[in-house]
Design a protein around this ligand. Sequence first.
Ligand code: FES
Length: 59
Amino acid sequence: MDIFNKNVCRCRGISFEQIEDAIKKGADTVEKVAEATNATKGCGRCKSQIKDIVESKTK
Ligand code: FES
């Protein structure tokens, strides 16, 4: 899947690995990932993608 190879949040330059790392450290909601990484704090378009990643990692 190409989301694994590019920045999930282009505005803030946040990679899939950084999102994954934040989730591993306990960020189990989009809001917590946003706090931990600054992702979603630009245009906000990456939110649904981050939500998908959070859901796939926390189930
Ligand atoms: S791509 Fe994440 S805030 Fe714009």
